[in-house]
Design a protein around this ligand. Structure first.
Ligand SMILES: Nc1ncnc2c1ncn2[C@@H]1O[C@H](COP(=O)(O)OP(=O)(O)OP(=O)(O)O)[C@@H](O)[C@H]1O
Ligand SMILES: [Mg+2]
Length: 648
């Protein structure tokens, strides 16, 4: 995967202010806003109750304690007890209110993000590392949930508590209130500076965690390769470097937090000390009495946590902002492959697939590079089977992704029955055209579900489903599924039984066939099969393909033989189209490609190459003359000297 949003990108990705950045959560929060408000109200009531306790204490100390009325003291104590109980109930109620909506928001965000990942084009997935997507999906959304449930509610409530508490502090004496607030100000300034630094660190650490997840995912996927090449140690040292980088970032975060906590601990102590001395002086002056000073300190104790927590809650808010940015990085990706505004429908397609001056280049291609597909002109007639042949890296796989719009052409167009594929609704297009890929991906599901993946119209367990399943399995020569432990209901894929490469390919082929498309695009679907099975599959395909237009990327001469015609892809263009024997006669490049396919085949099966001597000579000469212009042999219909040699 290429340049991806990763640890290089450590600043918040949006230039929005923090409130504006968080405001983007509104659509997710809106359905649960009343419950969140209920949580905030409960928290506020709890805070107000807590603030009432010092006032009651002041009354008790100032009145009954001084006069020694035991029954009134007990009554006062009961009030304090009731208030404390009320506060505890309100805190409990706050949790009840906020837990459910926060998990609801988390669930909604996760499913929306997942469906977004499904609809974003393949080109997006080329650019983004899977670990980044994973960490955004799990970690960041989880953090947003925690912030909504606790961070946001407590921030609002604690600010209100401080405001109310300060008014009450001033009620006892302006000097005490001022001391308390003045010492809080440096705390807030430090808190603000801390937030700025901490926000950047948080984003960096979240990005690095994403990179680390990518590494784990890659090495788990590639465990066989790593083991086979003894690269485990190398992978480990790369991993530990990344883990170390993340650790350093986490350490910086921890250092930032410890320095802010130093201030958070220090300033309130100073405030208490100064207030105590001032309080004693005020008592000596007769400005306040002992009961008031006691109540003042009780109130200061209640306010200490809200004041201290403000810095922490702000940094939590910044974490949430960063997480929101990271999630919205994905939401705000522009989806270029979407349903058309004015869709055209094709009820019963004939199955004519045409490429008209189709151009394509990958997004990361250099500006000076030529288009990978540089003006493809090719028409597949309805019901025709066309093999696509070309050297490795010539763009065959890329070409097969255009009809189903996994990628969109960057110039020209692809049409189905004369209609630009971009004018068809995507679901309809992909119903008409099915694909099987080079690497047969199966999902953690039963064989039945995997094969009938493209048949959303069918109940997989119905009789019709069973029929479609059997038909597809027959064509793909996949009878082996019946000897699996649970037959077609055996769970395969990552969570289930592992299948061999050839078995996987056959199921992928069955999946494409079961979709009953009008056009079938097969990217080298038979490469992992042995020659006998391939022959059987080809035979069965001939029946299925009878009224299906098929484009088959062929890496084997025997696959080419299945086709009505062959198209030769060379230097980004289709330089020759014709039957296998026609092309053998007329195209030097075709002979070169076929002979290299045969050589590969021979190397794979261990059989003696069946390249005729003449072809070998041709091949060698072609190798020497490879630099010659690509198009001259295609345009020349007349046989060259070498052609004549082959024909002899
Ligand atoms: N997702 C991608 N992003 C950028 N470049 C890509 C991507 N996929 C393929 N390419 C490049 O495009 C070129 C053509 O690749 P493609 O897979 O289409 O070749 P191919 O003809 O199918 O080869 P093979 O016969 O080996 O399967 C290659 O040079 C490859 O590096
Ligand atoms: Mg390919």
């Amino acid at each position: 995967m290429s340049s991806s949003p990763s640890s290089q990108n450590t600043s918040p990705s949006s230039t929005l202010s923090t409130p504006a950045a968080l405001w983007r959560l509104k659509p997710f929060v809106k359905p649960v806003i009343w419950r969140l408000a209920g949580g905030a109200a409960s928290a506020l009531i709890a805070a107000i109750i807590a603030l009432m306790i010092p006032i009651v204490l002041e009354q008790i100390i100032g009145g009954p304690v001084r006069s020694g009325e035991i029954s009134v003291i007990v009554f006062g104590a009961l009030i304090v007890f009731a208030l404390a109980l009320g506060e505890a109930v309100m805190v409990w109620l706050r949790r009840q209110f906020v837990l459910n909506p926060a998990t609801e928001v988390e669930y909604q965000m996760r499913t929306t993000l997942y469906s977004r990942l499904q609809t974003l084009p393949v080109s997006f997935h080329d650019r983004w590392q899977s670990g980044q997507l994973l960490s955004r999906m799990m970690q960041d959304i989880g953090l947003i949930r925690r912030w909504l449930a606790f961070g946001l509610v407590l921030l609002v409530v604690n600010i209100l508590t401080i405001a109310i508490g300060s008014v009450l502090l001033f009620r006892w004496h302006w000097l005490l209130g001022t001391i308390f607030l003045v010492t809080a100000i440096p705390l807030w300034v430090r808190g603000y500076l801390f937030e700025k630094r901490y926000g950047a660190l948080t984003r960096r650490s979240q990005d690095q965690a994403g990179d680390l997840a990518t590494s784990v995912e890659e090495s788990v996927h590639g465990i066989r390769v790593l083991k086979a090449f003894g690269r485990g140690k190398h992978a480990l040292s790369r991993f530990s470097r990344q883990a170390e980088t993340l650790r350093e970032t986490e350490m910086s975060k921890a250092r930032a937090i410890s320095s802010i906590w130093f201030w958070l601990d220090l300033m309130p102590q100073i405030a208490f000390g100064v207030s105590l001395m001032s309080g004693i002086w005020l008592i000596s002056q007769g400005a306040i009495d002992e009961a008031q000073l006691f109540a003042f300190f009780a109130m200061a104790v209640v306010l200490r946590w809200p004041i201290e927590s403000i810095g922490f809650l702000f940094s939590f808010m910044l974490d949430a902002r960063t997480a929101t940015d990271r999630v919205f990085d994905i939401f705000s990706e522009i989806n270029t492959i979407t349903d058309p505004e004015n869709p055209v429908h094709i009820e019963n397609p004939r199955g004519e697939l045409a490429f008209e001056a189709a151009h394509f280049r990958y997004q990361d291609a250099g500006a000076h590079e030529r288009d990978l597909l540089d003006g493809i002109d090719l028409v597949l007639r309805p019901g025709e089977t066309m093999a696509l042949v070309g050297l490795t890296g010539s763009g065959k796989t890329t070409l097969t992704t255009l009809p189903t719009r996994l990628y969109d052409v960057t110039g020209g167009r692809v049409t189905l029955d004369g209609v630009d594929v971009r004018d068809l609704p995507l679901a309809e297009l992909r119903q008409h055209i099915a694909m099987a890929f080079e690497d047969a991906t199966l999902f953690s599901a039963t064989v039945r579900e995997n094969v009938l993946l493209g048949r959303a119209d069918l109940d997989v367990h119905s009789e019709e489903g069973e029929r479609a399943l059997r038909e597809a399995l027959d064509v793909a020569q996949a009878a082996f599924v019946d000897s699996l432990p649970d037959g077609v209901d055996t769970v395969i894929g990552e969570e289930g039984l592992s299948l061999s490469g050839g078995q996987r390919q056959r199921l992928a082929l069955a999946r494409a066939v079961a979709a009953k498309p009008k056009v079938l695009v097969l990217d080298d679907p038979l490469s992992a099969l042995d020659v006998d099975t391939e022959a059987l599959v080809e035979e069965a395909l001939r029946h299925v393909l009878a009224d299906t237009t098929a484009m088959i990327v062929a890496h084997r001469p025997s696959t080419v033989a299945l086709a009505d015609r062959v198209a030769l892809l060379e230097a980004g263009r289709v330089t020759a189209v014709g039957t296998h024997s026609e092309l053998l006669k007329t195209s030097r490049h075709y002979r070169h490609v076929i002979s290299s396919l045969e050589a590969e085949e021979a190397a794979r099966t261990g059989s003696i190459p069946i390249i005729r001597d003449e072809e070998r000579e041709v091949d060698e000469e072609v190798r020497e003359g490879l630099r010659m212009s690509a198009s001259d042999d295609a345009s020349s219909g007349s046989a060259t000297e070498m052609d004549k040699e082959v024909q002899r």
